[in-house]
Design a protein around this ligand. Structure first.
Ligand code: ZN
Length: 175
């Protein structure tokens, strides 16, 4: 049975710490953590979640793009667990897009991200997967990849003028 985890909020040092490689994807404790992260992300209405956000300094995150009230135009995908993810290459071409974060409530910011990326990771069954991602899903990967490197999306925003409140953001996307 999965447990809803508390989500670390901006200012907690765990969001800025180094994370460790996962040795054994089959470890039952790791599998339980993955179930907890899936449940916690779904409950919070997130489109991704990284282990440091639930106080675990591990190289692990989940991508789960789908249309929500927070991201009405997001493409739908099966939630994908990524263990020890690597960013193999990224396009020089970038695009600014609005991002938010379960660890940074109430704020949205325009973050520039590569439009296309190549990634490698282990699935939760330990299989090596290599994929090319683009658009919003590539954006979510880059956001979560930052989390396992001690960064948050605010570090990518070029100017404070590109930060807005959640309420203004919702007004913008529903317009
Ligand atoms: Zn985040």
């Amino acid at each position: 049975m999965s447990i809803l985890r508390q989500i670390a909020q901006l200012g907690h040092p765990v969001l800025r710490q180094e994370t460790g490689l996962i040795g054994d994807p089959a470890d039952p404790a790791l599998q339980a953590l993955i179930d907890d992260m899936l449940a916690t992300m779904a409950e919070a209405g997130g489109v991704g979640i990284a282990a440091p956000q639930v106080y675990e300094t591990l190289r692990l995150f989940i991508l789960a793009s789908r249309p929500t009230s927070r991201y009405p135009h997001a493409p739908a995908m099966e939630p994908t667990v990524m263990i020890n993810p690597e960013l193999l290459w990224q396009s020089d071409e970038t695009e600014k897009g609005w991002e938010g974060c379960l660890s940074v409530p109430g704020i949205r910011g325009l973050a520039p991200r590569s439009l296309r990326i190549g990634v490698r990771y282990l699935s939760r069954r330990g299989e090596v997967c290599e994929e090319e991602l683009s658009g919003f899903i590539a954006r979510v990967f880059q956001h979560e990849y930052d989390h396992i490197n001690g960064m948050v999306f605010l570090d990518r925003v070029a100017s404070n003028r590109e930060l807005i409140s959640e309420r203004e953001y919702l007004r913008l996307v529903s317009a």
